[in-house]
Design a protein around this ligand. Structure first.
Ligand SMILES: CC(C)(COP(=O)(O)OP(=O)(O)OC[C@H]1O[C@@H](n2cnc3c(N)ncnc32)[C@H](O)[C@@H]1OP(=O)(O)O)[C@@H](O)C(=O)NCCC(=O)NCCS
Length: 152
């Protein structure tokens, strides 16, 4: 049973394990401490299997939009809807805060992540050339707009 809960400073050790197992250029402890203690825009959730952190996701609430910073799930927990549960927590928060939409960047080659985002209604809206420092790869910019905003 996986629980989704808001991330706290106490979660940072576990989050770092997830982060370092998922990304070649990983965020540091200082990055996460700053997110938890100083960044008033930050909205982060962790996925826990018992006491173990097996995934996390976050976004910044910038004016009327959510900007997803990261979604990551430990390899052995993938394809078990953990990423989906984390996305649902972000989307629910965005709806509760009456954001107009959520945006993110994803590597052109990152098909699993694109599938996850498409499942929740994110659509490609543009590209950022050479966006990723590790591979110089382009990013696809995706957006999900909330219907309440679209129908106004
Ligand atoms: C992207 C990531 C977060 C997905 O997490 P996950 O827990 O495996 O996702 P889920 O099990 O909730 O799957 C979500 C959807 O994506 C699809 N999917 C997941 N892994 C996939 C894969 N390897 N290939 C194709 N589709 C895949 C599934 O079809 C699923 O939809 P479903 O409900 O119809 O089954 C995970 O692969 C990951 O951490 N990757 C490394 C970090 C990363 O790239 N993060 C994104 C940065 S933009």
């Amino acid at each position: 049973m996986i629980d989704i809960m808001p991330m706290t400073v106490e979660d940072i050790d576990g989050v770092l394990e997830v982060e370092e197992s998922c990304f070649a250029i990983a965020w540091t402890r200082e990055d996460f401490v700053r997110e938890m203690t100083q960044n008033k825009l930050a909205v982060y959730f962790v996925a826990k299997d018992g006491e173990r952190i097996v995934g996390y996701a976050g976004m910044w609430h910038v004016v009327t939009e959510g900007q997803i910073t990261n979604v990551a799930v430990m390899d052995e927990y993938r394809n078990r809807k953990v990423g989906s549960a984390l996305m649902e927590a972000l989307i629910k928060t965005a709806e509760e805060r009456e954001m107009i939409g959520i945006t993110l960047e994803v590597k052109i080659s990152n098909y699993p992540a694109q599938k996850l985002y498409s499942k929740y209604g994110f659509k490609p809206e543009g590209f950022r050339k050479n966006y990723y420092k590790d591979t110089n790869e382009d990013a696809i910019v995706m957006w999900k707009y909330f219907e309440s905003f679209m129908s106004e």
